[in-house]
Design a protein around this ligand. Sequence first.
Ligand code: IMP
Length: 201
Amino acid sequence: MPAKTQEIILASGNVGKIREIQAILNQHVIVPQSQFNLVEAEETGQTFIENALIKARHATTLCQRPAIADDSGLVVDALEGAPGVISARYAGEQASDAENLAKVLQQLGNTPAAKRSARFICVIAFLKYPDDPCPIIAQGVWEGQILFEPKGKNGFGYDPIFWVPEKNCSSAELNSAIKNSLSHRGQALQQFQQQLKHSSA
Ligand code: IMP
């Protein structure tokens, strides 16, 4: 396990994700890649796993330090898995969170509540160095439903339209500690920490 002072580069420029990952991995020194002025990697993979590996490999190559990446997104059954790996840019390359979630609501139209099942997926990839043949991969899944309109102000991305059945509210109505204890990202990062403990990193 890396010493607590050993830096892990976080291959993300997403402020919402960075905040959540730093809160959950508070036993580690997590340094966003923006501090190295990196150009973000192009996410050319078709799956969350491929994209997480691409981003972590890019960061460890350019920073010459261990790197972690989160590739995540929303998977809506009635939209055949969309927005999926393009969740961050569903309504266009520069689209805002509000535009992306508006597109999901528009695509779903009047689809009834019983058919609005969805889930957040998060894949975490950790590489010690660019050619690391044994990356740590961890995955979390958070089941919910898509609301008919946004609710709540917390979180980021699609949180305002993601209904959390176990709490009877949207993900954007949860405080950060409760979200992190339930979410796809929270699950994946707990699993990552267990794997890291048992690895030779
Ligand atoms: P990525 O940077 O390609 O992994 O993009 C992930 C995108 O998925 C984010 O920009 C959000 O739109 C969405 N997303 C991932 N995790 C969450 C979450 O916890 N809440 C809300 N939206 C999320």
